[in-house]
Write a protein that binds this ligand. Structure first.
Ligand code: BES
Ligand code: MN
Ligand code: ZN
Length: 520
C-alpha cells in the first residue's frame, strides 16, 4: 500500500491577558474592525487596535478609510510593518459579531497568516463564549490542508495563535478546550475524507478507527468479512464483494464517567463508509466518479464525533457503527436484479448497484435495533445526488420520525455552522420502494432523497431516528469561510454541538403518536 507523507497539523492556541502589541516576538497582529454604527460615521477599531496604532505610530483608521474598508465579516486589510519580529498587521472585519461572523473572521485570518510563525489577535476578546469558540473553530478549519507533494506541503498553517486581550484567561479555558475538540473533529473528518482510495480501503479505514479508539479511550470491535458472513450482514457483503479489499463493520463505544453508566440513555450513530463508489455494474460516468473517494464521509463523521465525546463532556452513552465497503466492479460483483438478505432477515432487490449506501446502512441499522437497544438512532451518509438538486451545496438535508429529535438536529446545525433542512418522509411514496420479489427495492425513482430515506426507515423499527443525507455538502468547490476546497467532513460539528448539551436525548420519543404523525 502506498504510504501518505506526514500531514500538517492545526495551529496551537494560547490565551493571554495582554493586548496583541504587548506580546513579544509575534510575527502578525490581527485586530478587529467593526462596521460603521450609522451612515455618518466611519468603521470602528475594536479593542487592542487603537493601542497597537499608538504603539506602532500608524494611523490605522486612516488606512482603513483610504482602502474603503467596511468592517464586513472576513474583510482583511493588510498593513506591512517593520518592528522587530513584527512584520504584518491585519485588520479583520467582524460584521455583526454573531458566532457565524466570528467563525468566518477566524477562517479569513487563518488564510491570511499561512506560513507565518505566530499571530496575536484581540478579535475573540469582543466575543461572548459561543463567538469565542466559533472564532477558534474557524481559525482552525480555515487552516486545514492535505498534501501528497514530493517537496512537502505548498502552504502550512500558522504555528501559533495567541488569543489576546482576554481579561479572565482561566474562565475561558473550558471554552477553548471544547472549541479545539469540535474543530479537531471537523479536521479529522475532513482529513479522512480527503485521503485517496488507493490508500483508504476498508481495512485501512477500520485500522484508523481502532487507532482513534485507542487514543480516545473508546471500546472498539471490528467484524471482518468472515464475521460478517457468519452473522448475515448481506448488504455489506454484497456491496463489497467485487473489491479486492473486503468490507468491515466497526463498533465504537463511549460511556460517560458515571456510577451506573448502563442506566444512561443510549444513542447509536451509523455512518456510511463506502471507501470508493464506482457505482458497481450500474457504473457511474467518469464525471460522477471523480469525488467518490469521499463516499465514506458519514463514517468519518461518526468516527471523528466519537473521538471528541469525552472532550465535550457528552452526558449520554453513544455507540458508533461504521459500515465500510468498497463498491467496485468485477466478475464477482452484485448484479442488478440480485436479491440480498440484510442482518435480521429483511430482503432487498438490488435494481441499481449504485444505490449501495442504503444497503450497507440497512445492515448496521438492523443490527443496532436488534442488538443494542438504542433510545435514539442517527445515520449520516453521502446518500443521494438528489439532495444536491433539492438543496444546493451549502445546506445538508435530514429526515426524522420524531419532532423533538428534528428540532435538536436543526438547532445544532445552525449553531455549529453546519445548517441542515428537514425533508419529509412522504408515506405515499412508499409504493415506489415496493419490489415484485423482495421486501424492498433499492432503486426507487422519483424523489430520490426521500425514497432513499423511506428505504432506510424500515430498518429503524420504532426507534426515534434521524437520517442526515450529506451528499449535497460533502465537497466544497472552493475555499469559502471555514470550508477549504475539497471534502468537508460535514456533520461532526453538528453532532458534537448537539451531544455536548446537558440532556441531548431528553424529550425524544416520549410520544409515539407524534412520531407516527411525523412519518405520515
Ligand atoms: N454516493 C452516491 C451519492 C452521491 C452523489 C454522493 C453525488 C455525493 C455526490 C450514492 O451511492 C449514489 O450513487 N446514489 C445514487 C442513487 C440512485 C442510483 C438511486 C444517486 O444519487 O444517483
Ligand atoms: Mn452509489
Ligand atoms: Zn455511494
Amino acid at each position: 500500500m502506498p504510504s501518505l507523507p506526514a500531514q500538517v497539523s492545526p495551529p496551537e492556541f494560547a490565551i493571554s491577558a495582554n493586548l496583541p502589541h504587548e506580546i513579544n516576538g509575534v510575527e502578525v497582529l490581527a485586530l478587529p474592525v467593526l462596521p460603521a454604527p450609522d451612515e455618518d460615521s466611519s468603521v470602528v477599531l475594536g479593542p487592542g487596535a487603537e493601542e497597537a496604532a499608538e504603539a506602532l505610530g500608524i494611523d490605522l483608521l486612516a488606512v482603513l478609510e483610504t482602502t474603503g474598508a467596511t468592517g464586513r465579516t472576513g474583510e482583511v486589510t493588510r498593513v506591512p510593518v517593520v518592528e522587530g519580529e513584527l512584520a504584518l498587521v491585519l485588520l479583520v472585519g467582524v460584521g455583526q459579531q454573531t458566532a457565524t461572523d466570528f467563525r468566518r473572521a477566524g477562517a479569513a485570518l487563518a488564510r491570511a497568516v499561512k506560513d507565518r510563525a505566530s499571530v496575536a489577535s484581540s478579535i475573540s476578546a469582543i466575543a461572548e463564549d459561543d463567538g469565542f469558540e466559533a472564532f477558534v473553530v474557524g481559525t482552525m478549519l480555515g487552516s486545514f490542508g492535505f498534501h501528497w507533494r514530493s517537496a512537502g506541503p505548498k502552504e502550512r498553517p500558522v504555528r501559533q495563535v495567541v488569543l489576546a486581550g482576554v481579561a479572565d484567561a482561566d474562565a475561558l479555558r473550558p471554552a477553548l478546550a471544547t472549541a479545539l475538540a469540535i474543530g479537531g473533529a471537523g479536521w479529522r473528518a475532513r482529513m479522512l475524507a480527503t485521503v485517496p482510495s488507493n490508500v483508504k480501503n476498508p481495512a485501512w479505514l477500520a485500522d484508523q478507527a481502532v487507532e482513534v479508539a485507542g487514543l480516545s479511550g473508546l471500546e472498539v470491535k471490528v467484524w471482518d468479512e468472515d464475521d460478517l458472513a457468519e452473522q448475515g450482514f448481506g448488504g455489506l457483503l454484497a456491496v463489497g464483494r467485487a473489491s479486492t479489499t473486503p468490507p468491515r463493520l466497526v463498533q465504537l463505544e463511549y460511556s460517560p464517567v458515571s456510577d451506573s453508566p448502563e442506566e444512561l440513555p443510549r444513542l447509536v450513530l451509523v455512518g456510511k463508509g463506502i471507501t470508493f463508489d464506482t457505482g458497481g455494474l450500474s457504473i457511474k460516468p467518469a464525471e460522477g466518479m471523480v469525488n467518490m473517494k469521499r463516499d465514506m464521509t458519514g463514517a468519518a463523521v461518526v468516527l471523528a464525533t466519537m473521538a471528541a465525546l469525552s472532550d465535550v463532556g457528552c452526558p449520554v452513552r453513544v455507540t458508533g457503527l461504521l459500515a465500510i465497503a468498497e463498491n467496485a466492479v468485477g466478475g464477482d460483483a452484485m448484479r442488478p436484479g440480485d436479491v440480498i438478505r440484510h442482518f435480521g432477515g429483511r430482503t432487498s432487490e438490488v435494481n441499481n448497484t449504485d444505490a449501495e449506501g442504503r444497503l450497507v446502512l440497512a445492515d448496521a441499522m438492523a443490527y443496532a435495533v436488534a442488538e443494542l437497544a438504542p433510545d435514539v438512532l442517527v445515520d449520516v451518509a453521502t446518500l443521494t445526488g438528489a439532495m444536491k438538486v433539492a438543496l444546493g451545496v451549502q445546506t445538508g438535508g435530514f429526515f426524522a420520525n420524531d419532532q423533538a429529535l428534528a428540532d435538536k438536529v436543526s438547532a445544532a446545525g445552525d449553531a455549529a455552522g453546519e445548517p441542515v433542512w428537514r425533508m419529509p418522509l412522504v408515506a405515499d411514496y412508499e409504493e415506489k420502494i415496493a419490489s415484485k420479489v423482495a421486501d424492498g427495492d433499492n432503486a426507487a425513482g422519483g424523489a430520490g432523497a426521500i425514497t432513499a430515506a423511506l428505504f432506510l426507515q424500515h430498518f429503524a423499527g420504532d426507534v426515534p431516528w434521524a437520517h442526515l443525507d450529506i451528499a449535497s455538502v460533502g465537497d466544497s468547490a472552493s475555499d469559502r469561510h471555514e470550508w477549504t476546497a475539497g471534502p468537508t467532513g460535514f456533520g461532526a460539528r453538528l453532532l458534537l454541538q448537539w451531544l455536548r448539551s446537558e440532556a441531548p436525548l431528553d424529550d425524544i420519543a416520549r410520544d409515539r403518536a407524534a412520531r407516527d404523525r411525523a412519518a405520515r
